[in-house]
Write a protein that binds this ligand. Sequence first.
Ligand code: CS2
Ligand code: MG
Length: 402
Amino acid sequence: MKITRATVIVTCPGRNFVTLKIETDEGVYGIGDATLNGREKAVVAYLEDHVIPVLIGRDAHRIEDIWQYLYKGAYWRRGPVTMSAIAAVDTALWDIKAKAAGLPLYQILGGASREGVLVYGHANGADIGETADAVGRYRDMGYRAIRAQSGVPGVKGAYGVGKGGLYYEPADSALPEETVWSTPHYLRHAPKLFERLRAEHGEEIELLHDVHHRLTPIEAARLGKDLEPFRLFWMEDCTPAENQEAFRLVRRHTTTPLAVGEIFNSVHDCRTLIQEQLIDFIRTTVVHAGGITHLRQIAGLAALYQVRTGSHGATDLSPVCMGAALHFDLWVPNFGIQEYMRHTEETDAVFPHAYRFENGYLHPGDTPGHGVDIDEALAAKYPYNPKQLPVARLTDGTLWNW
Ligand code: CS2
Ligand code: MG
């Protein structure tokens, strides 16, 4: 089955998405997500100028060989732009292979290991009371696991607090918005949030929290300790992880489970974290970590050390990524949880999909392939709209980690 054509589709049904469509001489086509939030055009150029020309004429069934060709053949390895481009090709090829076999992708990967994929939703509010109410609304919708974030007194634009409604969208201005961060205020506030949530919502519901890289290792250790009584499912990105050894210090001090990896793009980014069992959940996902092919390698390493998966699933990961991730999640033996931030109706209309939510679980559906398509005519009605993620500064103006 020969690849005859590949095209990049950029659309903005409420937010920007980049999608790669690969067509074959047998009429079967596949699609893959290539969205890199705030840096979309870099991946578009990488695909159009450097990847598509070398794909034409190749056998679409040779997924591994094409992956190795794009990874080793570029000479310049790894990095979010390269790995997102490779991921888009890889996802589209797995879609094609499963469609050609007439099977849902999870069957090709090894079949279902569970009945459904446990997901967590995002509850947030301007203060603790609003967040507690939002957790209640998520429970009413059937969620069994909920991430909770709240505004912090004395902090302008704390991470994770939406500007209203169900959809939290951090990339919302053409030039980066400047937010202010205060660690002392946050460290006093966060334990109070979870104390209230446990008091109001009980022990059964799983609670998660994203620190979004704001703390130093010793501060992260302190927060982890302070949160222990409230039994979190995980504390995410408590400190930046380029220096994987930094997690040794956090780990020595707290039993709060740790999750890391949404910005990683290769197994090498998390090798120490996994092999030294410094984390409990690895959050790499299909689009930013080289597709199904590479994610499988990361999960395989993690399985040896009882580290479970907890893939990133914010709205900047398109329904195409979500669909592929859910097939992966249904199969992967060391599955933990899947993040699920709902897309808007406009986005769902552009990307018709087979996955469905029921009682706190998502199921990828049984449509052949990964079960997500793109309505190209509708996509064309939403032109690209440049948006970037915010930056954070300390109260004295020092640039910090957003
Ligand atoms: C986040 C994201 O979902 C998460 O855990 O950290 O909201 C993240 O900020 C965005 O995906 C950035 O593009
Ligand atoms: Mg996160």
